[in-house]
Design a protein around this ligand. Structure first.
Ligand code: FES
Length: 209
């Protein structure tokens, strides 16, 4: 009980008894977790930091997850408005009652940048000479690409010197042919496929992963 209610119970016992009796007996069907989550909504709406600090830990203790507590804070938005919700989030984060944000996307090394995605022709083979290896970039759709090692899996010839048939490339040494959308060997059937080099697209740029 807050100090103010304790004070009222002593100095205005009749009034305080009715008030406390209301709190005690009015809610009967809700379990503790639900009740405390609703109390979070009301505390955020009213903008009472003390109430929030009092009831939010109770919700956690009653079995609410941090995600549910965040939902309760956000439920107050239509009545409370943005500023009260943001203030509540500050308080709850300080009390470690809200979920951590997901990890930010890992930074990509600028040295691994292969180029702007739109620079690579759609559905066509594009060769890149890199210090680590020769690569083939095949832009499968407007916003995705697959990167392959240009080394022929048959006997390591450079496929960038092979014959470009559009969506397939044919090795000039023994004529193995590879589908560039999948990397599979189409001639001879069952031959080893191209090695896929992990890559990632960020902000329209293609990087080695
Ligand atoms: S090295 Fe490419 S087909 Fe043999």
């Amino acid at each position: 009980m807050s100090k103010a209610l304790t004070y009222l119970a002593k100095t205005r016992p009749e009034a305080a008894t009715h008030l406390l009796g209301f709190y005690k007996h009015s809610v009967q069907a809700l379990d503790d977790k639900t009740r405390h989550l609703i109390q979070i909504v009301t505390k955020v709406t009213v903008g009472t930091e003390r109430g929030l600090r009092q009831y939010a830990p109770k919700a956690l203790k009653a079995g609410a997850s941090r995600e549910e507590i965040l939902d309760a804070v956000l439920m107050a938005f239509p009545a409370a408005g943005l500023n009260k919700v943001l203030d509540a989030i500050d308080i709850m984060r300080e009390m470690d009652l809200l979920p951590d944000p997901p990890d930010a996307a890992p930074a990509v090394n600028a040295d691994k940048r292969l180029g702007a995605l739109e620079e690579f022709p759609l559905q066509r083979m594009h060769c890149l000479q890199r210090p680590e290896a020769n690569l083939i970039v095949f832009r499968t759709t407007a916003d995705s690409a697959t990167v392959y090692s240009a080394r022929c899996p048959h006997s390591k010839a450079n496929l960038c010197r092979g014959t470009d048939h559009g969506t397939t490339v044919e090795c000039r040494v023994h004529n193995w042919t590879f589908d560039l959308a999948t990397g599979h060997c189409v001639e001879p059937q069952g031959g080893a496929g191209l090695e896929i080099i992990p890559s990632v697209v960020r902000d329209g740029q293609l990087f080695l992963a």
